[in-house]
Structure formats: structure tokens, C-alpha cells
Design a protein around this ligand. Structure first.
Ligand code: 2HA
Ligand code: ZN
Length: 237
């Protein structure tokens, strides 16, 4: 068995590369996490090392205690995920309290999970509580959606209407609308809490002047959601 050949890992790598090809991941921009199924984590145990340090998250997600996540690495480039997945990605597990993580696979040249790991974990916590089907959290920097945050009022209502009106499909693809987080310092607990608050209502949270977070049950639908939002924004622009 080769962990890189597992279906969840192949799908993760394909989605990261698709995002790169869309132009949403300049330099080390963006990040992706996947909450593994219990049977996937069980099947991969032989590849995991449990000797790494426990690192505090800065947020707490008790309902995700013991869960395993595939994550892009902090400072790593989406452009390199397909060529060097073991250097660009990791699998990390949460402790039972849900306030610290341990890397059990990957990042073979060193590193940490994405700088937005607190936001990803809090979004997973909220979405898993909404429905256990949610597994994917995706953050990207799509240019047209970011451009709109310099033009439109930064409200959920203004962005939802602007996107819904731009393509007939939009109200069908994201019927709850989209949330907007005003500009905040990225990478910490504060923006994680603000984003996860919106994720109680929406599957899309737009970070003003920065990017977009999408949540979904699988790789195809989460990538498709980001794609639909950005295409509507392009039409609007
Ligand atoms: O990973 O996108 O928000 C770099 C970022 C931070
Ligand atoms: Zn970002």
C-alpha cells in the first residue's frame, strides 16, 4: 500500500493542482484541509509516526477530538503539491480535547500545517456540527472575488445579491448565500472565530481584500463551489 495512491490523497492532490491551474494560488497563497474518514485513518496507521511534538492550536474544537486531517503546509506552494506531495502536505491528528495537533505523516523536509490551521479547524468544527458529511475546507485567493471587496459594501447581503444576480446557477449552488469577514489579520484565532461564526449559516466566507473560504462534503463540490463563486464575481466585475 502506498499512502499517496489512496483515493482521498489522490483527490486532495488533484484539487490542489486544479486550484493552482486556475491562478488562485500565487506563491504560497491558499490552503486546503480534509477531515479523514475513520476507515481511511485506520487503513493508513502503518504509515504514521506518533513521535512528533504536540503543538497548541490556539483554538479548541472538542467535537473533532482524535480526528485526522490532511493539510497543506505553511509556506508551501500549491504549484508543488503534485510534484512533491510528501514535502508539501501533512497528515495531523488532534488530541482528545481538540486544542493541539501532532503531525503523523508528511512535510518530510520540515514544516507545520498551514498558517490558517486554526481557521480550518474551527470551520471543520462548525460544519461537522451542522452535518457530519462536511469534510473539506478550502481557502483560495481568486482575483475577481477579492476585487469585488474593494467595490461593494462589505455585507453578507450585498455580496450574496451581487453573486446571485450574476449567474442563474448561483442561488442553486449556494442557496444560503455568502458571508463576509471585514479585513482582519490572517493566521490567528480571531479571524478563525469570525469565519466559523459565518460558517454556521453559509458554506462560503469571503475575507475582505484577501480571499475566500469554502466548505463542502467532498473535493468536487467544494472546488466547484469556489469555482462558481469566482466565476460569478468575474461576470460581476
Ligand atoms: O497560506 O493564504 O491566508 C497563505 C495564505 C494565508
Ligand atoms: Zn490567504
Amino acid at each position: 500500500m502506498d499512502i499517496l495512491k489512496e483515493e482521498f490523497m489522490q483527490s486532495f492532490i488533484r484539487m490542489a493542482n486544479d486550484g493552482w491551474e486556475q491562478g488562485w494560488h500565487e506563491r504560497n497563497g491558499g490552503n486546503l484541509t480534509y477531515r479523514m474518514k475513520e476507515q481511511e485513518a485506520a487503513a493508513c496507521q502503518a504509515f504514521f509516526s506518533f513521535t512528533g511534538p504536540w503543538v497548541e492550536l490556539g483554538v479548541c474544537a472538542p467535537n473533532l477530538g482524535g480526528a485526522y486531517f490532511v493539510a497543506t503546509g505553511s509556506g508551501k506552494y500549491f504549484r508543488n503539491v503534485k510534484r512533491a506531495p510528501e514535502e508539501s502536505l501533512c497528515i495531523a491528528r488532534l488530541n482528545e480535547k481538540g486544542d493541539a495537533y501532532q503531525i503523523v505523516w508528511g512535510l518530510v523536509a520540515g514544516g507545520r500545517p498551514t498558517s490558517e490551521f486554526p481557521s480550518h479547524i474551527m470551520n471543520h468544527a462548525v460544519k461537522t456540527a451542522v452535518s457530519p458529511d462536511y469534510r473539506v475546507i478550502y481557502h483560495a485567493h481568486p482575483a475577481n472575488t477579492i476585487a469585488l471587496t474593494f467595490v461593494l459594501p462589505l455585507t453578507d447581503r450585498d455580496f450574496t445579491l451581487a453573486l446571485w444576480e450574476s449567474a442563474t446557477e448561483c442561488p442553486v449552488v449556494f442557496p444560503a448565500g455568502v458571508g463576509v469577514v471585514e479585513w482582519m489579520v490572517p493566521g490567528g484565532a480571531e479571524i478563525a472565530l469570525a469565519t466559523s461564526e459565518l460558517m454556521k449559516t453559509y458554506d462560503v466566507a469571503i475575507w475582505a481584500h484577501h480571499g475566500v473560504f469554502c466548505a463542502g462534503p467532498d473535493f468536487d463540490s467544494t472546488f466547484g463551489l469556489m469555482h462558481t463563486v469566482e466565476k460569478a464575481a468575474e461576470i460581476r466585475v
